[in-house]
Write a protein of this length. Sequence first.
Length: 250
Amino acid sequence: MIMEVECEKGLLEYVRKSSPPPFLLKTYMLVEDPATDEVISWNADGTAFVVWQPAEFARDLLPTLFKHSNFSSFVRQLNTYGFRKAATSRWEFCNDMFRKGERDLLCEIHRRKAWANKPQHVSAPTQSTPKEFDDDQRSSSTSSSSGYINLVDENERLKRENGILSSELSGMKRKCKDLLDLVAMYTGSEKEEEEDDEEDKDEDDDEDENDEGPKLFGVRLEVQGSGRERKRKRIDIRETASLLLSPSCK
């Protein structure tokens, strides 16, 4: 009877050790699924996985397999299984036993034990207790520092993107200003020409009274598109362009 109980315990222990933790299995399924490659997938050599779109990953994928939609909680869970961030410019995580096409290695990944989960004995602590406490303290410190580093990296990335956007905005403002100056220059020159034309207005009126235009068989022919009218149309067009451009470049 005792032998049977021992055999059952040994079998259960073997099954437990040979079955990967549910968290690792679910994560592996998400990474392997080709339908989610735009959000999460393996890196180029299959030694790590990348969360390309953290917001969409937390909103759409996490609730399907996990009971939450918190990306930070997912990262903390990865840290407890020994995953580390492999890149500073993106959310890439790696573990020596988490590889593409090698699902059997998941059984070799074990969760780090937390000090709070260890059984507390009433008896006096043994000599190994301080060492175990130090190990757990280092593990907790590593997880905290990893989360802090991730936040710092994300902050630096946002600063770089903000600088690029500011530079592009300044360039567009300069181009708009140059365009407005060019329109203003042409508008000013056309106004000077218009003033010159007004000075000759009296002479033109006298000529119009004497010359009613060419006639054919006694019928007057109208000549369209005089030089003065074409100039006035160009002035109207440029003034309209100036009014349209001014609000968009402020």
